[in-house]
Design a protein around this ligand. Sequence first.
Ligand code: ADP
Ligand code: MG
Length: 252
Amino acid sequence: MSQKSSQTINLATAGKLKEFRLSGIAKSLDLRIAQAKDGNLSYSEFLALLLEDEANQRADNKRRRLYKQAKLPFEKGIEDFDFTFQPSVKKKEILELATCQFIQRKENIIFIGQPGTGKTHLSTALALKALGYEYQVLFTTVWEVINTLQQSRADFSYHKKVQQYLKPDLLVLDELGYRSMAESTVEDFFEIVSQRYEKGSIIITSNRGFQDWEKIFIDKTLTGAILDRLIHHCHTIVIKGESYRFKNRKKD
Ligand code: ADP
Ligand code: MG
């Protein structure tokens, strides 16, 4: 085949690969052709390698997309958590949760503890594990959720925004209780909790114990309804220690 016609074929192939969104093959094609010529690969071996390149590229893209969508506040894992500083947190229990079977079973986790005791850290660490299992995760704060839903009423995107909180396999709602909620925002919060009940896992962090949740949600009936759904299938981890931010200060 003349050089010109092989160039034309390559161009047409590149065009088709782009059109069919086969970027994994497009990336490795030249290398695989050279490899085939050098190593006398059979046609089927050559094709199998190209398809594997495409599969790897797609898996990679999916992982990256999941990480980006998750919006984690930082990347800290379980290995970064000092369990000796916080003995009320049982390493065994966290490692069990890290298997992410709780997500398969649609169970919830509630971390309760004072500021700085590692609630966000542990939630993020579990979210990272979930991403490792290719679960869809969304990390957000209670405040952001209720704000988003309130604003969405103005532009009629309420239903769409609710869906965004229902879709992930794991929804992390950080910082419940830092600010008090208005009655309509409690109803929005209830909407998310009740629609995810037995359908998708939630991790909630709060600086206030259950006995105080009526103060957060104001309405007694709604508080009962929210608690009922959240704690039916739930791992509650009460962190009794003090803030990790005091750790170094204490040594002085
Ligand atoms: P909370 O969400 O309970 O207010 P964070 O999880 O944000 O607390 O923790 C505050 C800071 O201290 C973070 O940087 C976190 O990584 C760190 N931290 C908290 N507890 C521990 C711990 N036991 N071991 C290591 N780092 C910790
Ligand atoms: Mg926090």
